[in-house]
Structures are given as C-alpha cells and as structure tokens.
Design a protein around this ligand. Structure first.
Ligand SMILES: Cc1ncc(COP(=O)(O)O)c(C=O)c1O
Length: 405
C-alpha cells in the first residue's frame, strides 16, 4: 500500500512559480520583478519608520502571548473599521459591521468567500475582473463558487475597458457576488474614475449584486491614505450590504505578520452581530485564533495620533519613490524607442505595478534573453527598479517590444 501513489504534482502558483524559477536561475544579472513587495532605492526590503517606532514602543510593554479572541482583538477590529469607513460614518455610528481579523488579505478574502458561499449566496456565482490578482480565482473556486469574469483591461487601448465592464455587469446573473479592487488595481494599475465608480454602483444596485471589495494598496495610488479610501467609503454610503477584505501587508510593510481584516457591512446592528457569530464559527475549525503581533501594531499605528501621522508620511514617501522610478522608466523607454513605439500608457498606471501589455511569449523572452522575471500576465513590480538596474530593465523591455534579439 502506498498512500501517496495517487498524488500527482500540483500546478505551480502563477506568481510564486515564477519566484521559484528565479531562485533556480544561475545567471548573475537576474532580476525578479514578479513578487509584490516594496523595495527601497537600494533594493532592500523596507519597513516604514512609523511601524518600526510602533514596534519598539510595543516591545517595552510586555504584550501578552495568550490567545487572541477567535475574531481578533476588539481594539484592532474597531480601529480598522473606523479606518475603513470613517469615524462619523453611519456604519460605525450604528455598529452595522461585522469585522474580524484575517490572515492577511488572502485569509480575509477566503473567510469572506466561505461565508458568502455557505450562508448567503443565492446562485453561487462570483464575477472577478479579467485581469486580476491570480489567487482570486482559487480563493473563490476552492470555496465552492462558480467563477465568471468581467472585462477590465482593453489590450487595444492599453487602458480600462469601461464600456466592456459595464456591459458585462449589465449581463451578470442577478444576486451574484462581484469582486472589485478598491484601489490600485492589480495587475493593471488602472482604476475607474469616481464618476465611473458611481456608474458601477448604479448597476450593482439595479442587478442586486453583492460587492466584495479587495483593498490591498491603500495609499499607493495617490500617496494619500485617506484619499485612496474613497471607494470603500463611497460603497459604504451607497450600498447597504457589502464586504471588504483589507490587508496591511503593503502599506505597513507587515507582509510576514499576515495581518488583514474582513469587514461585512450589514443593515442593522443585530444582523451584524449574527454575521459575526457565523464568521467566528468558520474561523474556529480552520486556525482557531489569529496571531497577536500584527494586530497590536496595526491598532497602535491607527489609534496613536503621532504614529498615524508619521505613517501617512511614510506611505506618501513610498508612493513618491514608485512614481519617480515609474516616470524614469517610461522616459528611458521612450528615449530608446525614439518614436518607434510609445510607453506613455504606463504613466497613467498607479500602485506598485507596471502593466507592460506584454504577451506570455514576450514575458518568456524577457526571462530567456535578459534574466528578467515578470508575472505571466506582463506585470512588473516598479518598486524593485532602482538606479542600478533601470537602464538594463528599460533596454530589455525595449528589445522585447521591438523584437530586437
Ligand atoms: C489585490 C490583492 N489582494 C490581496 C492580496 C493578498 O494580500 P496578503 O499578502 O495580505 O494576503 C494581494 C497581495 O499581493 C493583492 O495584490
């Protein structure tokens, strides 16, 4: 008897599979633009100074290592909810939300997906943008949902396909769940305008869809954490019921602390209470209690006036670095191409990524010819680019685009 003879090799993860290939690459000049982690101008991993200060302050406090409640510390849940909806929002004043700590954005999405599928969803269908952050597909299909996509990126205009998007929303099955990126869409870096968001909400209401927002890059689109939260607050104002998965991995540099939250907006406080009990019932047999440390950091950072202001400045500095290097890359690409092609479309993109519009073949060529790794959809992490590698990356992208091999 061999228990494992039936086990075949699983397909690699679309993002981390690229990382594994990169690690095994023996070339000295290799560059990994595939993973979504912010780097400073020296290519080093980065923790904002406000977060370092917050952690140092917490070290002196001898924080307890006992289990957190299943749903996470109350202080954490309240400060995150206020951060998402605003202190004077109706959702906060009338306590119409069930907010639980999640294991990063992924864990929060997954708990939300299980809840919606098992307890709420009418037709078990979820609509996800095409393109999107690839794990969305598995998070929802592994929770039971049937996956459908709506149009997002127009490969011809290299911009948002708003007409296609609205058309697809109009044709969605009523009472479905729809996933939307709140800010700095991954991978395209293109968000709808406020006016377009309002039109999207109009259709959501008409079609009785359930919006599930994924907020992973708040602060990275405009440099202003508050301004980047506008889509979350707009939805909370206009839609009675919705879900948000939030992660602090990127904007606090807390990747490995796995700290995020799932927040579900309900119509009444009683409804929110019932939802919370169900979320706890889902979490208990999976991981039982969330980890303490990240929640302590996030709560103190959000609630201490001084640390919070410092964090806003830190995020603005991260944004500035990304935008500066993005502009330098575009200038260098345009200089090299000397009018043969135009890279200005990348200047509209926001957040940590650049969406090159490269096909899978071109991504493969980038890897083969230049040892530069992007994700298969043509996404590159702009925050990995610095003065030491920018010329090489721009030259490689230029050659691939114009097929100069
Ligand atoms: C759009 C989007 N959602 C969710 C996540 C997951 O975040 P976390 O690493 O906190 O699980 C990411 C991470 O890259 C992301 O890009």
């Amino acid at each position: 008897m061999n228990w494992f003879s039936c086990v075949v090799r699983a397909e690699s993860d679309k993002i981390y599979g690229v990382q594994e290939e990169y690690v095994n690459d023996k070339r000295d000049n290799k560059i990994n633009l595939s993973i979504g982690v912010f780097r400073d101008q020296n290519g080093q991993s980065f923790v904002p100074q406000s977060v370092i200060n917050c952690e140092q302050m917490l070290f002196t406090k001898n924080c307890s290592k006992e289990y957190a409640p299943i749903e996470g510390f109350k202080d954490f849940r309240q400060s995150v909810a206020k951060f998402i909806y605003g202190e004077d929002s109706d959702v906060i004043i009338n306590e119409r939300h069930a907010t639980v700590q999640g294991l990063g954005g992924t864990g929060s999405l997954r708990i939300g997906a299980i809840f919606l599928y098992e307890l709420v969803s009418v037709n078990k269908t979820v609509y996800i943008p095409y393109q999107t952050w690839s794990p969305h597909n598995q998070v929802f299909s592994n929770s039971g949902f049937q996956i459908k996509h709506y149009r997002y990126w127009n490969q011809r205009t290299l911009n948002l396909d708003f007409e296609g998007l609205i058309n697809d929303f109009e044709n969605m099955i009523d009472y479905s769940v729809v996933v939307l990126h709140s800010i700095a869409h991954n991978p395209t870096g293109i968000d709808p305008t406020l006016d377009q968001w309002n039109q999207i909400i109009d259709v959501i209401q008409r079609k009785k869809l359930f919006p599930f927002l994924d907020c992973a890059y708040q602060g990275f689109a405009s440099g202003d954490l508050q301004r980047d939260g506008v889509v979350n607050t707009l939805f909370a104002k206009r839609v009675n019921q919705m879900a948000i998965a939030m992660t602090f991995a990127k904007n606090m540099g807390l990747y490995g602390d796995r700290i995020g939250a799932l927040s579900i907006v309900c119509q009444t406080k009683q409804e929110a209470h019932n939802v919370l009990t169900q979320l706890k019932a889902i979490i208990r047999p999976i991981y039982s209690h969330p980890p303490n440390w990240g929640a302590l950091v996030v709560h103190h950072l959000l609630s201490d006036h001084h640390l919070r202001s410092q964090w806003f400045i830190d995020v603005n500095n991260m944004y500035t670095r990304i935008q500066d290097i993005r502009n330098q890359l575009i200038n260098e690409l345009n200089r090299l191409s000397d009018g043969k092609t135009n890279w200005d479309f990348m200047a509209n993109q926001r957040g940590m990524y650049g969406f090159t519009g490269f096909s899978q073949t071109q991504v493969f060529q980038l890897k083969q010819q230049f040892a530069i790794y992007a994700t298969l959809d043509g996404r590159i992490n702009i925050a990995v680019i610095n003065q030491n590698n920018i010329k090489h990356i721009a030259y490689a992208m230029h050659c691939i685009k114009l097929q100069i091999m």
